[in-house]
Design a protein around this ligand. Structure first.
Ligand SMILES: *Cc1c(COP(=O)(O)O)cnc(C)c1O
Length: 359
């Protein structure tokens, strides 16, 4: 079967053995086998998220958990600040508004990180239930120092919860949820975890569960208190995505066998290779220096380079990268280097790009 190797920022390549794990026969979701499967997956997720607390597992994409954060973490009449420095942080603001929350949009330049000073300036003098920040803005290739933001909140805004979208960076960058003090850290299965799409995971602090007690209109499917009641028994309120859980069980074991430090270091090397390639071939990098993503590189296009021709050239070689996102389409294009990609595979892609640029 002909196959286009994906270097797009999700879904990413999934190894055959992980795809294969999904083909095992069904089991009942109220069976002890299913409880054991969920317990194994959650235990491994806790290691990947570096948390002692809990990781909820949902049959949804990552955006579902952006909604869950808003429904559980923000009280009626209280405010949430959404820091917007790209398309996915903008989505979180739209989700907050869509949930009927008092959502304040704090715009920052795209390509820049969200810095603690930006957060301090926006929150000063106010009372806020929560803030939302995207750790790794997949649309711009900029990573924000959420550890420093968490430290600022602890020091100056101790009652404000920190909700972090790490959709495209969990398992590709170093994100110790507990050590940094993130209240919600969420991600999707189809990015740096290199699983098929369809699952979403969120590490959730005790502070969020305490807050949820005071929030009305939490809904049902994403109600953390309901999810907690079931997760303590290693089960779920609704039918879980059993086949995807089998893929997760296998892939998380492989991720932990590689080791998180080694996995993160490999992503760093892939990012450096890609950034160097771009700079050596006369391209600019869209994200601010010092804040460039480990998992996706957003390259500024140069005059005369037609992205459609580039994409076609790569397609003929069984390779795919991604155009710029939304307003950045045509102005930038993106190479994802996340998941299980090896340096050799990355070099093959970069060689093909060099060949195109020379022609
Ligand atoms: C892909 C992505 C999302 C959206 O995730 P879905 O799983 O498609 O809902 C949100 N945030 C970031 C940073 C992303 O990269």
């Amino acid at each position: 079967m002909s196959h286009t190797k994906l270097f797009i920022p999700g879904p990413v390549e999934v190894r055959p053995e992980i795809l294969q794990a999904q083909t095992a026969p069904m089991i009942g979701h109220r069976s002890s086998d299913c409880d054991a499967l969920i317990a194994r997956v959650e235990e491994k997720l806790k290691q990947v998220f570096m948390t002692q607390h809990r990781v909820y597992i949902l049959a949804s994409s990552g955006s579902g958990l952006q909604e869950a954060a808003m429904r559980n973490g923000v009280r009626e009449g209280r405010r949430v600040a959404n820091f917007v420095n790209g398309a996915f942080s903008l989505r979180w603001h739209e989700v907050a508004a869509g949930c009927g929350k008092q959502a304040v949009r704090c715009d920052l330049p795209w390509g820049q990180p969200v810095r603690p000073a930006d957060v301090d300036a926006a929150l000063a003098g106010g009372v806020w239930d929560a803030i939302t920040v995207v750790h790794n803005e997949t649309s711009t290739g900029a990573t924000s120092p959420v550890d420093e933001i968490a430290a600022l909140l602890r020091q100056k805004y101790p009652d404000t919860l920190l909700f972090v979208d790490a959709v495209s960076s969990i398992a590709g960058d170093w994100i110790p949820t507990d050590a940094w003090g993130l209240d919600i850290c969420l991600c999707s299965s189809q990015k740096a975890l290199a699983m098929p799409p369809g699952l979403a995971f969120a590490a959730v602090s005790d502070r969020v569960l305490a807050r949820a007690q005071e929030v009305t209109g939490r809904g049902w499917y994403f109600d953390f208190l309901e999810l907690e009641r079931y997760l303590v028994k290693s089960t779920t309120p609704a039918t879980p995505a059993i086949s995807l859980l089998r893929a997760a069980d296998r892939q998380l074991s492989d991720i932990l066998a590689e080791g998180m430090p080694a996995r993160v270091a490999r992503h760093r090397r892939l990012a450096e290779m890609t950034q160097q390639w771009a700079l050596q071939h006369g391209f600019g990098l869209f994200a601010a220096e010092g804040h460039r993503s480990q998992t996706v590189t957003c390259i500024e296009n140069i005059p005369g380079l037609d992205y459609a021709s580039l994409s076609k050239f790569l397609k003929a070689r069984g390779l795919a990268i991604s155009n710029g996102y939304g307003a950045l389409k045509g102005k930038t294009w993106r190479i994802a280097h996340m998941g299980d990609v090896s340096e050799k595979e990355m070099q093959e892609l970069l060689d093909a790009l060099s060949e195109f640029v020379k022609s």
